[in-house]
Ligand binder design. Structure first.
Ligand code: MBD
Ligand code: FE
Length: 283
């Protein structure tokens, strides 16, 4: 089934799972806290099972589906699409933070992308360069709008077909991924391509899950960003495009009104947009 021309959910799922597994994670959760969370999770299950009078057939389908999600390597995908936005909300969108809003990381971030100058073009192939160029400029600042020295902007996004490098075969390793080193005042000017709406891999169990409730697998066109500066709280976020398809009904529930760009076509035929990132001080 697997061909190089048509990457499958199995390919991208397993690549995301392998990447995730390569770093062992841990959390310093106390026994008391674990007990409280465990009780609430099981209470929620109990309420749902009783409310809907879940049948044995449905229970067995759940078991089978969970096994399938694991075998397709789709836990990073499914969790980041359906759960991560709530985790992000609780942890980064608190009232005490005043800087640029965050959004979910998703399953396709890779640390260590090539360093690029403050004025740069993203690593891309000829076929990417044939798309409408997007010139994305701005400044990384503190909460008062002062430029920050030593800031970096990590950018990653899908190609025109909706594939991310390292998660689909046949794409150069760092295609459309880069770590932009801003100038001494936090400025950057990045030329990339205008991304297209994005269909999450849906020929596997996550796709089956979405079909089972009559949903759609689309995310609006988006850029992924991680912005850092010394002494500042880093942010992970995404930017979207005004009026774009699926902006109102993102399958991953990750759009925020503050994160929508409105690029304008310049006389050079390229789309141009400016966006600044304000970073909160480190806690
Ligand atoms: C993506 O590109 C993405 O951004 C998310 C959140 C989930 C799946 C694929
Ligand atoms: Fe994405």
């Amino acid at each position: 089934m697997t061909t190089t021309e048509n990457p499958t959910a199995h390919d991208s799922g397993n690549a995301a799972t392998d990447k995730f597994k390569s770093e062992r994670v841990s959390a310093d959760t106390s026994t008391e806290r674990a007990a409280a969370i465990y009780r609430d999770v099981l209470d929620a299950f109990k309420e749902i099972v009783h409310k809907h009078e879940v049948t044995y057939d449905e229970y067995r389908v759940l078991k089978q589906w969970m096994i399938d999600v694991g075998e397709y390597g789709e836990w990073p995908l499914w969790l980041d699409v359906f759960v991560e936005h709530e985790i992000e909300d609780v942890n980064y969108s608190r009232n005490s933070l005043a800087g640029t809003k965050g959004s979910i990381e998703g399953p396709y971030y890779v640390a260590g992308s090539p360093k690029l100058a403050s004025k740069c073009t993203m690593p891309m192939r000829e076929q990417d360069a044939a798309c409408t160029p997007l010139v994305f400029s701005g400044q990384v600042t503190d909460l008062e709008g002062n430029g920050l020295t030593g800031a970096t902007v990590e950018l990653w996004h899908a190609d025109e077909e909706g594939y991310y490098s390292q998660f689909a075969p046949g794409i150069p390793e760092w295609n459309l991924r880069g770590t932009i080193e801003c100038d001494d005042e936090g400025h950057y000017e990045i030329t990339t391509l205008q991304p297209a709406p994005y269909q999450i891999p849906n020929d596997g169990p996550t796709g089956w899950f979405i079909k089972s409730y009559g949903g759609h697998p689309w995310r609006p066109a988006h850029l992924h960003l991680m912005v850092k500066a010394p002494g500042r709280l880093p942010i992970t976020t995404q930017l979207y495009f005004k009026g774009g398809e699926w902006v109102e009904t993102d399958v991953a529930t990750a759009v925020k009104p503050e994160l929508i760009l409105d690029p304008q076509q310049g006389e050079d035929g390229k789309n141009h947009v400016s966006y600044n990132f304000a970073l909160d001080p480190e806690a």
